[in-house]
Design a protein around this ligand. Sequence first.
Ligand code: ADP
Ligand code: MG
Length: 391
Amino acid sequence: MQNREIFEAACAKFKQCYGRDPVIVAYAPGRVEVIGNHTDYNEGLVLSAAINNGTFFAVAPATGTTCRLTAGDLMHEVRFEVGAPEPVRTDTWANYCMGVLAGLLQRGKFAHGFDALFFGNIPLGSGLSSSAALEISTALALARLYNIKADPLSLARIGQQAEHKFAGVKCGLLDQISSLFGRAGMLVQTDFRSLEVGHAPLGSDAVLLICNTHAKHALVDGEYNQRRADCEAAAEFFRQRLPHPVTALRDVSWAEWEEHHSGLDDRIARRAAHPIGENERVAKGAELLAKGDLEGFGRVMFLSHESSQRYFENSCEELDHVVETARGVAGVLGARLSGGGFGGSVVVLVRAADAEAAAGALAAGYAARYGKPCDVLVIHPSDGASIVKEP
Ligand code: ADP
Ligand code: MG
């Protein structure tokens, strides 16, 4: 089992709170986006990984209809009735679990409440999606408790709806899918048009580093919406121009962009170039991994970052600094910004034997420039969510 000591701590805390053992425990990991930047809402491809940190959700049925839910790190409890979960304004961590309960309630009637406790080791709010890990561990455990049959994509959607309706975050499905479909030594390949999920082998010779700069640049939300609007406008232009159907930038090839982009407003042309090129890079990257070409895959990661800098302009000085430093670090094969951009994290592909030294070099390089190190975590692509204890 992954993270056995966290599992044991979760069970011990459960017993401390409720005076008995949990009957069901589910585990769900966080995730990292490896390549496929701003491709999801353009109906394209993403390669991600489930990480080796995660959250355990431990539960036992109650006799009445009241639910008791405890956050294991705070050892703080909230109570609510099983039939009527509503978003709360204090103890907002409970929203992720109550949102999932609300989604499951659409598939059945629950006669009794539960006692539950969750505990994990994902840094919160660091872009590793502790929120999806909480939703998915909750969904697996409660679906088992109430005998709800739901396939993994349905559970992913229940997690996403919890995030939309109870946490107020309009996320896509990448986080939940990565948490559910992760496999040790593999990247998860998701097609955001068909929601088909496959895997690409990374093997055990390379691992990932996630370097969190904690940089957050102003106007981020406005910039994000502007990028989405520009992609829409570009898709509309190509819809008029191209002889084949275009419903999203996914349908436009790099060759078509090169042939037609001079007809577009310069800014919109550059914005469109990023997801169009990126989608081809993800497909190419998966092919390279299938052939075991880690160096080739790393080069594609660097190209992704250059496209962010040149076309999408969603990088920033801190992220560029980490990527440039990474180019000179022994064992590093590739590096790029991960997630929305304008701050946040860089993901680095590095030979496993060099991972610890590279993590130290990147943190030190950052400290030399900015006065404090970036947080660097070594990540082993890992198995996805599962039930780890059941009756
Ligand atoms: P991220 O998903 O990148 O970690 P979010 O802001 O989306 O960041 O989600 C973080 C929030 O999820 C926390 O503020 C907290 O409310 C909730 N959460 C997730 N996991 C835990 C946990 N193990 N303990 C307490 N709260 C958690
Ligand atoms: Mg989140």
